[in-house]
Design a protein around this ligand. Sequence first.
Ligand code: PEP
Ligand code: MN
Length: 237
Amino acid sequence: PCSVENYDQITDTALKVRASGANILRGGAYKPRTSPYAFQGLKLEGLALLEQAKELTGMPICTEIMSPKLVEEFDRRVDVIQVGARNMQNFDLLTELGQTRKPILLKRGLSATISEWLMSAEYIMAGGNPNVILCERGIRTFETMVRNNLDISAVPLLKRQSHLPVIVDPSHAAGMAWMVEPLSRAAIAAGADGLMIEVHSNPKAALCDGAQSLDPEEFGRLMASVTSRAAFEGKRM
Ligand code: PEP
Ligand code: MN
């Protein structure tokens, strides 16, 4: 889910996505919201709920970091640390993450070029941490009918220019749940190594990004569809 909201929401979502074949649980505890009056996340309480969901399901957990001050805490408690689009060029944060050996999920900035994005990955790797995963999540263009334009060409470009794994987040690109499946299939066809899909046990009640969140049944159907696409490409989910 976009954010960790309470025990029932995170564990219910986790159990259901695991049953459909998801293998990492990603949920936001610290939320970088455009408005300071919007839900900002449960912060450390959200992190504790993620740990409980991990305990219950055995799934590794991933969550977003915003401050260099929290690197030590996240390094101890989280399996994959997400750097969100808004912090792609928070160089102090990237430098600090370079001191860990934790996998870092580095999302593309809202209007970042591919070179700028790769340089941000360099900030992490220059510190000695080679474990960077790139995540394309759509960019700003003149088009307003989607939340962000999924830059599908970024996938083959990055696979050619870099050795790093590349995953795609079709949820923040589309901004609407019905479009997540076709974009997921396109991402796999273009060579993506993985997908990050927002799922909520009850999207209508979500505190953040409900419109783009799949419910668990829709996620089950998406997994079946993407699995067949991956098989066509000679890959396994
Ligand atoms: C998120 O992953 O929930 C998120 C805030 O995405 P982005 O940083 O890509 O906007
Ligand atoms: Mn989100």
